[in-house]
Ligand binder design. Structure first.
Ligand SMILES: NC(=O)c1ccc[n+]([C@@H]2O[C@H](COP(=O)([O-])OP(=O)(O)OC[C@H]3O[C@@H](n4cnc5c(N)ncnc54)[C@H](O)[C@@H]3O)[C@@H](O)[C@H]2O)c1
Length: 440
C-alpha cells in the first residue's frame, strides 16, 4: 500500500456536512451531534469517536490518532422535498423522543432544508412540494451548485462533504448517458430521463470538489461518467447503502460460519419497517434497488464458486414489508439453515429489534469525517477502505468488494496507520489494497 502523496492538510476551520434528504437518518445524526456538543449524549456506535486502534505507541482513540474534524467544528445543511425544519422533521420521523429533542430544539429549528432537486418518477410514494423548478437538468444542477456555494459562504465553512440520506430511488441500470462525462453533460442539457435526482446532487458536489457518499443503494455515483468527474476534480467518493440492521448482523455472523467451514443451505431474511423509508420501499421498483444491494452480501463472504460443497446450493431470500405501527423500530427475522459434520442440519434464528436510524446516524458522521480526511490527504475516486460502513461497497472494476466486517475493519485501520506513518498490521484481507487508495 502506498503512502499518500503530499502532506496531509490540517482540519482547520469548519466542515459543512450537506445532506440531500433530511429525514430520519439525517435528523437523528444532527440531534445527536448537537447533544454531544452539550455533553448530554455519547457518540455510541461511532468508530471515529469511540473506536481505538493499536499503534507502535499504544492504543489511542481514532480521533486522537488521525487529525479529524472536531464535533464542535461541524455545520449541517441539506435539502428535502418537505419544508419542515430539522426539528419538525425529527419529530415526524419519530426516532428520538420529545425529551431528547427538547435540549437541542432551537439549533435544530434553525436548520431548514433547501428546495430539493426531485423527480417523482424516481420515488413515487412521496408527494412533497418543496422542490426546485427548472428548465433543463443542467440548470437544476447549477441551482444545487449555487446552494453549495451559498451554504459554504454563509456558514463560513472551509470544507464540505455531501452524504446522500435521501429516499431510495427506483432501480435502473447504467446506460450510454452514464458512460462518459461528456455524454452525461449532454444528458443534463437534453433532460435525459435516466439522470436521477441523486445524480444531480452527486454531479454538483463533484464539480465543486466536495466528497460525495451515497448512503442509499441507488446507482448515483456508481457510473463511469461521475467517476470520471471525481478523477477530474480530485474528489473522493464512496457508496453504497449504509450497513445497518439485518445486513450488519449478516456480515457479523456469516464470516464466523465460513471461518468454521460450516455449510449454509438457506438464508431467509424478512423485515417489517414503518417509517418513510419503509413506505418508499413498499414500491416494488424502489425495493428492487434495495434487494440487489442486500443480496450481494452473502456470496462475497462465502464465495460459493470456490466452496461449492458448503455454499453452492445456498438459497438466499430478502423481504421488506411496510408496516406503519413499527415506525423506525425495524424488526428483522433471519432463518439460517446450516449444516455441519456429515451434513447434519441445524438452524439459527435471529430476531433483531433494531432502531434503524440509531444505527445509521454514527455511520454518516464517520463517513463524513473520513471523507474529509481523504480529501485532505489528496485521495480521490472510490474510497474502498470505507467499505466497513456500506452494504454494497463500491470498488474499482478489478477489485472484488469485501463484505466481511472484520476484514473491512482491518483495512480501515491499516489505511489510517499508513496515513499516519505507521506500519500496517498483517492480515489476509490486505491483498486487495496493495496499491492503497488512489492518490491524485
Ligand atoms: N436507516 C437506516 O438504517 C438505513 C440504512 C441503509 C440505508 N438507508 C437509506 O438512507 C436513506 C435515508 O433513510 P431514512 O430512514 O432517513 O429515510 P427517510 O424517508 O426518513 O428520509 C429520506 C428523506 O429524503 C427526502 N428525499 C427524497 N428524495 C429527495 C431528493 N431528491 N432531494 C432531497 N430530499 C429527498 C424525503 O423527503 C425524506 O425526508 C434511504 O434511502 C434509506 O434506504 C437507511
Amino acid at each position: 500500500m502506498n503512502n499518500p502523496k503530499g502532506p496531509l492538510a490540517p482540519a482547520e476551520g469548519k466542515l459543512g456536512i450537506l445532506l440531500p434528504g433530511m429525514g430520519a437518518v439525517a435528523t437523528t445524526l444532527i440531534a445527536g451531534v448537537l447533544a454531544m456538543r452539550k455533553g448530554t449524549a455519547q457518540p455510541i456506535g461511532s468508530l471515529t469517536q469511540m473506536g481505538k486502534l493499536s499503534t507502535s505507541t499504544g492504543n489511542p482513540k481514532i480521533k486522537d490518532f488521525a487529525p479529524l474534524t472536531a464535533l464542535d467544528d461541524l455545520e449541517f445543511g441539506g435539502w428535502d422535498v418537505y419544508e419542515d425544519n430539522v426539528y419538525e422533521a425529527a419529530l415526524n420521523a419519530g426516532v428520538l423522543d420529545y425529551k431528547t429533542l427538547k435540549g437541542v430544539r432551537a439549533e435544530m429549528e434553525a436548520i431548514k432544508p433547501m428546495k430539493a432537486a426531485f423527480d417523482r418518477h424516481y420515488v413515487k410514494n412521496l408527494d412533497g412540494t418543496h422542490i426546485k423548478t427548472y428548465t433543463t437538468k443542467e440548470d437544476l444542477a447549477q441551482q444545487v451548485i449555487d446552494d453549495i456555494r451559498n451554504f459554504k459562504a454563509e456558514r463560513g465553512c472551509s470544507r464540505l462533504v455531501m452524504v446522500w440520506c435521501g429516499s431510495t430511488e427506483i432501480y435502473h441500470e447504467p446506460t450510454e448517458t452514464h458512460r462518459t462525462l461528456a455524454a452525461f453533460e449532454e444528458g443534463l442539457r437534453n433532460n435525459a430521463p435516466n439522470i436521477a435526482p441523486s445524480m444531480i446532487y452527486a454531479y454538483a458536489a463533484l464539480k465543486e470538489g466536495v466528497p460525495f457518499v451515497n448512503g442509499a443503494p441507488n446507482l448515483t455515483v456508481d457510473v463511469p461518467a461521475l467517476l470520471e468527474l471525481a478523477a477530474t476534480t480530485s474528489t473522493p467518493v464512496a457508496g453504497k447503502d449504509f450497513k445497518t440492521g439485518q445486513t450488519l448482523m449478516k456480515t457479523i455472523v456469516a464470516p464466523g460460519l465460513s471461518a468454521r467451514s460450516l455449510g449454509v443451505k438457506g438464508w431467509f431474511s424478512t423485515n417489517i419497517l414503518g417509517n418513510r423509508d419503509g413506505l418508499v420501499l413498499d414500491d416494488p421498483d424502489n425495493f428492487r434497488t434495495k434487494e440487489v444491494s442486500k443480496l450481494s452480501v452473502l456470496d462475497s463472504v462465502f464465495h460459493p464458486e470456490e466452496n461449492p460443497e458448503l455454499y453452492g446450493d445456498m438459497y438466499h431470500k430478502v423481504r421488506i414489508n411496510y408496516y406503519p405501527p413499527a415506525g423506525d423500530n425495524k424488526e428483522s427475522w433471519d432463518n439460517i439453515d446450516i449444516f455441519g459434520w456429515m451434513g447434519y442440519p441445524m438452524q439459527i434464528k435471529i430476531n433483531f429489534l433494531c432502531r434503524d436510524s440509531i444505527l445509521a446516524a454514527p455511520l454518516v458522521l464517520d463517513l463524513a469525517l473520513f471523507m474529509d480526511l481523504a480529501k485532505r490527504a489528496g485521495w480521490s475516486g472510490i474510497q474502498e477502505w470505507l467499505s466497513f460502513y456500506l452494504k454494497s461497497p463500491q470498488t474499482e472494476p478489478n477489485i472484488r468488494p469485501e463484505h466481511d466486517i472484520f476484514k473491512q475493519l482491518v483495512t480501515l485501520h491499516n489505511t489510517l496507520r499508513l496515513l499516519m506513518g505507521e506500519e500496517p498490521v498483517a492480515a489476509a484481507s490486505e491483498e486487495a489494497y496493495q496499491d492503497g487508495p488512489q492518490a491524485s
